[in-house]
Design a protein. Sequence first.
Length: 326
Amino acid sequence: MKRNIFIALAAFVICSSCSDSYYLPETEQDLAQLNSEYDDVKAKEADDEGEKIETLASEAEIQASMDEYKAELMNRESVAKERVMRGVYAAKGGVVGVFKISSCGTYKELRISMDCEDKRDNSYTTGNVGATYIENGNVNFVFCLTNASRYYPGGVLLVDHINYNLTLTQEYRRENRQMDVIVCHHDAEDNNPSNYVEGNDNLYNSKASLGGYTKIDDDVTLAWGFPSNGSSFSIANYFGPAGIQYGLLSTTNAATGTIHCDDEDSNNKNWIQRYNLGYTLDNSFNESVALNDFGITENGNTTYSVSLSTDAKFSKNNRFYPSRLY
C-alpha cells in the first residue's frame, strides 16, 4: 500500500510540472500497470547487479538440435547432388571466407553479425584478429570471399557448397586426404535474435544465400574447412589468395588473437560436429571441448584462435593431422 501511494505521488509530482498535460492513475488497472513497470525496473536492476549465471540445455535437447541440423544438411539440394554424383561431381570455382585484415582487394566482402548474449554481455577479442569486431556485445565476423581452389594452411569459413577435394594438390588427392570440416553451432541470444548477413557480392548478401554446412537463422551455425595437408608450411605449397593479406583459424601457437563469443546464457544448446571424407560425420561434441588443432574452444561459449598473414606467427600454421585425433 505504501508503495502504491509513493508511485501515485511520484507520478503527480513529475506530471504536474508539465505545462500541457499530466497523468495520474485513475483506475486500479492504471495503478497495476505502474506497479508492474516499477517491478520490471527493480528486477532489471537486481539482475544487472547479480551474478552472471550460464546454464546448459539437457543432452537430449542438444542432441535433438544436432539431429535436426544433420537432417537438413543432407536434404539441401547441392549436398544431395554431391552425394549422389560423387564420382563425377566437381563444383567449378566456389568461394570460401578468410578473415579480412585491411582490404579485400578485388575480392568481395562478407559480414556475419551474431547476436550474442544481451545480459552482462562478455564477447571480446584479444590481440589482432583483423577487421572482425565487437559492437554492443555482438560479434561481427568480417571476411573476404576468396577462391576455394587455393590451398590454405588453416581454417576457412565455408559459405557455400564446394568440392572438398579442390583445396588439395594432386599429390594429396591420391592419398584420399580430404579436408576436415568443423561445424560450430552457436546458441545466439534467445530474446528477439537479430543475426544477419550482408556483403557486396549479390550471391552472398543475406542469410538465405549461404549454403553447404553454414546456416544462419535464429541461431548461427558456422562451418570451417581445414585442408588435411601432410607437409610443413613452405612457399612451395603455399597458394593463398593473391594480392591481399588475410587471416585463418589456427592452432594456439600460431594465433595472433582470439575471438570470444558470449553465446546464450540460459539453457545453452551449443554443439560441435566434425565431418571428413565428404559428408561423413566423424564425431559430435555436446559438452566442453578444446579442439586445439583447429583453434576452437567450446564450453557454452565459443573462442576462436585467429592467425594473420601479416605476422611472423603465420608460418606456424602447419596443417598436419594424424589419421585420427579422437
